[in-house]
Write a protein that binds this ligand. Structure first.
Ligand SMILES: [Zn+2]
Length: 110
């Protein structure tokens, strides 16, 4: 297994467990929200609906990240990993180390 495949799989694993955790928190919040429709007028703490939107936003982000990681793994399988999808030039390793799911080289991304 190449270093980058290892990195990507590690990130994917992390993203998956994070997703499960967020899912659970959102589920719990949903229960609270249903039990207490008046939460917007609660002077204590963050309204449940605001916290729910925040978590839903994070969940969206983590799912997009999973899509990116899976796309990068697919490129690895096809032997196209580390090649810029726009100009077909190799992507610098230093960039891939920071952002292993990068699709574009530094000049195309900027
Ligand atoms: Zn490029």
């Amino acid at each position: 297994m190449s270093t980058f495949e290892h990195l990507l799989r590690e990130r994917l694993q992390h993203a998956l467990s994070w997703e499960a955790e967020l899912d659970e928190q959102i589920g719990t919040l949903g229960g609270i929200r249903d039990a207490n429709n008046d939460d917007e007028h609660d002077p204590d703490g963050v309204p449940v609906s605001a916290e729910w939107s925040r978590l839903a936003g994070l969940l969206q982000e983590i799912r997009e990240q999973q899509t990116e990681i899976r796309a990068a793994l697919a490129r690895l399988e096809r032997g196209e990993y580390g090649v810029c999808t726009r100009c077909r030039e190799p992507i610098a390793e230093a960039r891939l180390e920071v952002r292993p799911m990068a699709e574009l080289c530094v000049s195309c991304a900027s």
